[in-house]
Design a binder for this molecule. Structure first.
Ligand code: NAD
Length: 400
């Protein structure tokens, strides 16, 4: 019998047989989930010599939920994730035609999953547009709740937009073209600091050398500029002994093993990741910057096909593949399970099972180096053998 994962004093308390809810996903979801679960169970068993085991708990969402219980996102699913705190999901169909809650948005709001975490690293052998893709190895912490993504937006010509324009014009003399659409960009000290703190805590835990705040504070002085200022402030006040600002680290004093706090303007950061990727390690960014940067960085190491993701709050976390359902290959045992498998590795790392996380990543790297890969990679890799989703999973296990 499995036990619940708990969260006490800011730490996960993970039993040897944790219950972890999973959402299989739509389209190719069942194919990749079957393969991923096989890898997770085999690696946990092998690494812990049988002392640890996951008690997987299926929860419904998407098409399967709609077919079985007539609801795309049953309350029972949200309750189970809230109870068990950590979950993993495959991709879900976004039904066209509105009126349906998006699982990701709902989970993010209900569980306050304020950090979207996207590790980006290179796997030897994967075709990349860069000459030295292996130099990029970053973990991006993107604020998930605030900024222009908070959903406060008014259509051009609407009474709401006109009222906001009227207010800003009359009260503050703002110059806004009449009839404009309006979006609001709220960014708080609270929201910014808890995100930056999470990034710093991760850097300390994972032995990473720096945290870079990415902002457009030269133009948006109070929102993005605030992010920068509040980020440095929390580093100084809460992690003063363990961090050092880049300006001080460069004065010959050395960083003394401390995490170096840097900041970069967003546009410069895009250039830096291409030109000097090895100078960056952990990145903390507001919502929009982080969104753009995550996919651009993933493209540098060979695309989104292998990119994992996690949405993490305080005491709750949901991990997922970053791709969609690839419906035309559903049921064919054909697509690449790598993204969900690496999301699982992230989940185990978050829970402190670093041995499992490392072994999964090692196995995946080995399978790619052996060039026994699914069709998406096989067609790009010279001399590769195309294997099925399930055979790729076996190959990963062999290379652990
Ligand atoms: P998609 O990611 O499903 O497909 C884009 C392309 O990538 C396709 O050519 C597909 O065959 C390929 N692809 C995707 N995953 C792959 C894998 N694991 N291995 C090999 N090839 C893979 O995106 P889409 O076609 O825009 O969306 C399809 C459905 O997925 C839509 O309903 C969309 O709303 C949904 N979606 C869900 C999520 C999510 O749940 N996180 C994310 C994106 C899209």
């Amino acid at each position: 019998m499995g036990e619940r994962i708990e969260y006490r004093d800011g730490r996960w308390v993970v039993p040897n047989h944790p219950i972890i809810p999973f959402i299989e996903g739509d389209g190719t979801g069942p194919d990749i989930w079957r393969a991923a679960r096989r890898v997770f169970d085999a690696v946990v068993e092998q690494v812990s010599r049988g002392t640890r085991r996951i008690d997987w708990l299926e929860v419904l969402a998407g098409e399967k939920a709609f077919k079985q219980v007539g609801n795309w996102l049953p309350d029972a699913t949200l309750d189970a994730i809230r109870t068990h705190r950590v979950a993993i999901k495959g991709p879900l169909t976004t039904p066209v035609g509105g009126g349906i809650r998006s699982l990701n948005v709902t989970l993010r709001q209900v569980l306050d999953l304020y950090a979207c975490i996207r590790p980006v690293r290179y796997f030897e052998g994967v075709p990349s547009p860069m000459r030295e893709p292996q130099k990029l190895d970053v973990v991006i912490f993107r604020e998930n709740i605030e900024d222009v993504y908070s959903g406060i937006e008014y259509r051009a010509g609407s009474s709401e937009a006109d009222a906001v324009i009227g207010f800003l014009t009359e009260r503050f003399g703002a110059k806004i073209r009449p009839g404009s659409a309006i979006g609001i960009k709220p960014m708080s000290k609270f929201g910014s600091q808890r995100l930056v703190a999470k990034a710093i805590e991760y850097a300390l835990r994972a032995g990473r050398r720096s945290v870079t705040l990415v902002h457009k504070g030269n133009i948006m002085k109070f929102t993005e500029g605030g992010f920068r200022e509040w980020g440095y402030e929390i580093a100084r006040e809460r992690f003063g002994e363990k961090t050092i600002p880049e300006a001080d680290a460069g004065t010959g004093k050395g960083d003394g093993g401390r995490v170096v706090m840097k900041d970069r303007i967003t546009d410069a950061m895009f250039a830096q990741l291409v030109l000097r990727p090895d100078e960056y390690s952990v990145i903390a960014a507001p919502n929009l910057n982080g969104d753009l940067l995550s996919d651009a960085a993933a493209a540098q190491v060979g695309g989104l096909g292998l990119a994992p993701g996690g949405n993490v709050g305080d005491g709750y976390a949901v991990f997922e593949a970053t791709h969609g359902t690839a419906p035309k290959y559903a049921g064919q045992d054909k697509v690449n399970p790598g993204s969900v498998i690496l999301s699982g590795a992230m989940m185990f790392e978050e829970l402190g099972w670093n041995d499992v996380a490392t072994a999964i990543t090692r196995g995946l790297g080995g399978a790619i180096r052996a060039r026994r890969v699914t069709y998406d990679l096989a067609r790009l890799l010279p001399g590769a053998t195309e294997v099925s989703t399930s055979a790729f999973a076996e190959c990963i296990i062999e290379h652990v």
